[in-house]
Design a protein around this ligand. Sequence first.
Ligand SMILES: C[S@@+](CC[C@H](N)C(=O)[O-])C[C@H]1O[C@@H](n2cnc3c(N)ncnc32)[C@H](O)[C@@H]1O
Length: 348
Amino acid sequence: MAPSLEPSSHSELSDDALAFLVFVHLEQRDQLGANGVIKRVAQPDRLTGGSRSIYAYALHRQGQTQQGIDILRGQLNDRDGLLAQYFLGKIYNDTDQPELAIAAYESFAFAFPHYPPVLAELTHLRLPGEDYMHALEVIHQTLAPRIYFEIGVAGSFPLSAEAPLRIGVDPDMSGLPAEEKQDASLFEMTSDQFFQQQNVPEILGHRPIELAFLDGLHLFEFLLRDFMNTERFCDDNSVVLLHDCIPIHPVVAQRERSSGPWAGDVWKLIPILRKYRPDLKIATIPAPPSGLVMIRGLDPNSRVIAQNYDEIVKEFADAKLDAFSSTYQHALGLIENDPVAIRRSLRI
Ligand SMILES: C[S@@+](CC[C@H](N)C(=O)[O-])C[C@H]1O[C@@H](n2cnc3c(N)ncnc32)[C@H](O)[C@@H]1O
């Protein structure tokens, strides 16, 4: 039971303040409290801006959905119309109208890109289902790799615990708990330093990497180098995974990290590999928050990317993305986000 937020006397509060209290109750999932406060709004027709949007949303939560939608639609061109978009998104989401909810949330997110609940709602709508950690777990179980290699180890490294040799690279391991470091070969340095300075064949015991997860710096030229350098130590049975190639909104795909979720522009690897390495097999799990790409058919002798690296970086520097266009979705080679589809895709 949420603690009561009600002041001793609502009669002293303005209708705007009461609307705000209604919102606080709703956010706390306290429908009864919200119902109690909404009754005290003396002149609902005179509410404006955000207060009016909240009131409209509260009507929906009381079962008067169409009335709420009508009020919000009438506000879209007002000064605070973006708030109306936000609450319309919530109503469409509640009433199972995902396309309308996505459109409303997207407009809102362009204006307020780092309001986490909206990006979370968009993620949920765009990429429903289990998150990428679950997909990683299925991949680990399916392949049972003897040699696992990860760039950017903060967070997901414990999943590799079963691999006899697990190698992690990250310039900042301060967040990695001690128990996750146990029995791992960790290199606290950038991935470029790792490939340039370390005797990688020796670290690998002169065997191929069986599974790699490349999740370091989220800029495409870095991931392209990580991919090209990792592939040299793979064979045709290896699988390389890339993270973050389905940014759920353009604001998370910007090259500069501001705040909140960040996928950067690593999505460019998809068109790059499709163009320069059509021999690779690419399949993508649409797992939240930003997809997981599985690459097979690797060729350690390929030098196509290395030989064209500068040209590729120049060519794709200004590339733009519509992540949910059919062209891009096709290039991703989307599979279903479920263990059966993941296993099937890994065995073909
Ligand atoms: C998104 S986090 C990794 C998350 C982790 N793989 C997971 O799934 O929970 C990105 C990591 O990349 C690391 N990183 C940043 N620049 C890097 C670089 N040049 N080389 C390798 N890792 C880098 C960061 O320190 C950070 O820990």
